[in-house]
Design a protein around this ligand. Structure first.
Ligand code: HEM
Length: 431
């Protein structure tokens, strides 16, 4: 299912948003994707469950309605990948690019219980808080190594030189990818994000399909190696896993799990780290509070997750006629669960747009989802964010937007939200 921008819709420059009927605002216009907060506020106030006329989607925007939908996985199914593909052939060029690839199967994120739980159990061991806590010294060393690379420059493009690398290297190591293959690994991750974002033109779709095939062949070989000679990493866990203690995972199932770890683990955490630093730069009094009181770091992480919500939206497909928030939703409808909107619901978070590192209920956010699909990597993401903020603020000070740089812009993606780049300046702290 792919939505193309309509030939014309009213943009914010043409009209005052609050006077515009909701129906005249396209949820995937570049303006709305770049800055969805006014639109989300209108949705929460006027139609928390809204049948969006331009796309035919149901947008779910209030905290309560999002919670209700994601907890009812039998009605609001995650088998959206299958449903989106049904009856729609990808363009011939994309099919050709994907011809040499493995069959795509649904595992965790794109499956429902009981399959989803069965697959999740296989990788869960690697992500439980106790095991993740043992990664801390390594994440810290990696963070210092990355900071060493630019500390002397007084300037950094934080996204490319830091935020994208920390989670990428961590997950790459867990998946047994050597450092020299990291650039390739990064391109594959971009390919998946592009595919997930639903905004690519034909050339972009073909490129994404090629990246995915490359990824599949690379890991099919590695899985064989690990099945023969297991090591202490997640890749070996997957290669040697037995589904319900019986059969091994087949290659397409293993690849689907790996793909989810790759996308879910990189882009989202990178976006959260960069957005956190951007929030701190824009709010020097909050930055000063964290610098003076490092015990605020865990709450800073939660408040950043709330405001950034890197997984801004997520799909669901409705399995039977139902009602949500008083709105009837027919079987087969596609729903966009708007986590980013729920996290700014004024009924739950007073002054929701305010960045407040001392906010009492920041951790009530839904940035990691809720219910059966609750983020598998949440402990790892939280650890990486906390180490990132601690080491960046511990070694460098006087953070600000780099001289002459325009305010950063957001990548246009329907599901994942994050900055394109973040050029910053700083000074090294004296020892
Ligand atoms: C700040 C970083 C992250 C954010 C904001 C985030 C967000 C989310 C959200 C909202 C979901 C639920 C999707 C749904 O409702 O259908 C999810 C699921 C998932 N996440 Fe994360 N995630 C992050 C980091 C990670 C990391 C580091 C990993 C692993 C390395 C990971 C792996 C997964 C997986 C495998 C799922 C699917 C779980 C299932 O369906 O059972 N995530 N994530």
């Amino acid at each position: 299912m792919r939505w193309r921008p309509q030939p014309r819709w009213l943009s914010r420059s043409e009209t005052c948003l609050s006077a515009t009927p909701l129906a005249a605002i396209h949820p995937f216009s570049p303006e709305t994707l770049a800055d969805p907060h006014d639109y989300n506020r209108r949705l929460r106030a006027e139609a928390p469950v809204y049948r969006e006329p331009n796309t035919g989607l149901f947008l779910v925007s209030s905290y309560d309605a999002v919670v209700e939908a994601v907890q009812d996985w039998e009605t609001f199914s995650n088998r959206f990948a299958q449903a989106m593909g049904s009856g729609r052939e990808p363009p011939a060029e994309v099919q050709e690019a994907a011809a040499d690839g493995y069959r795509v199967v649904d595992t965790m994120l794109t499956a429902d219980p009981p399959e989803q739980r069965r697959f999740r159990k296989l990788v869960n061991r690697a992500f439980i808080p106790r095991r993740v806590a043992t990664f801390e010294p390594h994440v810290e060393a990696l963070s210092h190594e990355l900071i060493d690379g630019f500390a002397g420059d007084g300037r950094v493009e934080l996204m490319a030189q830091y935020a994208q690398l920390l989670p990428l290297v961590m997950i790459a190591e867990q998946l047994g990818v050597p450092r020299e293959d990291l650039p390739q690994f990064r391109r594959w991750s971009d390919g998946f994000v592009e595919q997930l974002g639903q905004m690519a033109d034909l050339e972009g779709q073909v490129q994404a399909a090629k990246m995915i095939v490359e990824f599949q062949h690379y890991f099919a070989t590695k899985l064989e190696e690990r099945a023969r000679e297991p090591r202490d990493d997640i890749l070996s866990d997957i290669a040697t896993a037995r589904v319900e203690d019986e059969r091994p995972l087949d290659v397409p199932e293993s690849l689907s799990i790996l793909q989810q770890l790759l996308v879910a683990g990189n882009e989202t955490t990178a976006n959260a780290i960069a957005e956190g630093m951007w929030l701190l730069v824009q709010h020097p009094e909050q930055l000063a509070a964290v610098e003076a009181e490092p015990a605020l770091l865990p709450n800073l992480v939660e408040e950043v997750l709330r405001l950034a919500t890197p997984t801004a939206n997520m799909w669901r497909v409705v399995t039977k006629d139902t009602t949500l928030g008083g709105v009837e939703i027919p079987k087969g409808s596609f729903v966009l669960v708007r986590y980013a909107s729920a996290n700014r619901d004024e009924k739950v978070f007073p002054e929701p747009d305010r960045f407040d590192v001392r906010r009492g209920n920041a951790d009530a956010h839904l940035a990691f989802g809720m219910g059966t699909h609750f983020c598998l990597g949440a402990p790892l993401a939280r650890l990486e964010m906390q180490v990132a903020f601690r080491t960046l603020l511990g070694r460098l000070e006087r953070w600000r937007l780099a001289a002459g740089a325009a305010p950063p812009r957001y990548r246009l993606n329907v599901l994942l939200r994050g900055l394109e780049a973040l050029p910053l300046e700083f000074r090294e702290r004296s020892a």
